[in-house]
Design a protein. Structure first.
Length: 208
């Protein structure tokens, strides 16, 4: 099969098969790029008083219980705790994706807001739909998009490469024509000298 025809078919069917997954990856990827700049996606980080954790885990749990929106009653309601000593805070994320920023020195709640970046990340890699969708739908879609990119670059480079080959062949043909022309001119310059030499030889008296 002609490589160009094969590439066109790959682009046509690959675009159809990966349209929805790639659209989700594209939109969520754009949102994740600006998650630090958009508080709606991820809450802005506050800064605590100290840089060394001084509060206990029980104090962090008590601080989390004080915020009704987080719906935290015990450790089973906590998804994870992200400790940031450099900023003096601990981020407590509940199972309902509510984020609490607690001061590591005083256990005071510095900020409380809904965290959407985790949801967007799960949509981005496909795990939000199903664990199998991550490996059997979004991963193959990524490989197909990579193949589309590779063949697209090939199709873009192909005419440039063909033009370069054609220009090289034209330069070679022009060079050969010029060389043949130079040889003809040189041969024409040699012929009069040969004729004059013959005339001089004929004017000499014959040997006796």
């Amino acid at each position: 099969m002609n490589p160009r025809v094969w590439n066109r078919k790959l682009h046509r069917w690959g675009a159809v098969l990966t349209a929805v997954p790639f659209f989700i990856v594209l939109i969520t990827g754009i949102l994740l790029q600006v998650k630090k700049q958009v508080p709606w996606i991820q809450p802005v980080e506050e800064r605590g008083v100290g840089v060394v954790p001084e509060v206990s885990m029980d104090a962090l749990l008590a601080a989390a219980r004080s915020v009704p929106e987080a719906e935290i009653q015990d450790w089973g309601d906590v998804d994870r705790i992200d400790v940031r000593p450099g900023k003096g805070i601990a981020k407590i994320v509940s199972n309902t994706r509510w984020e609490l920023q607690v001061d590591l020195a005083s256990a005071a709640v510095l900020h409380s807001a809904y965290r959407r970046s985790d949801l967007i990340e799960s949509l981005h890699d496909g795990s939000w739909f199903h664990d199998a969708a991550k490996l059997w739908l979004f991963l193959p879609s990524g490989l197909v998009v990579l193949a589309l990119w590779t063949t697209g670059v090939y199709l873009w480079l192909l005419p440039h490469w063909a033009r370069r080959q054609r220009d090289r062949a034209n330069r070679t043909a022009t060079r050969d024509v010029r060389r043949r022309s130079e040889r003809r001119v040189a041969d024409r310059r040699v012929e009069p000298h040969a004729t004059s030499s013959l005339r001089v030889d004929r004017s000499l008296p014959p040997d006796r």
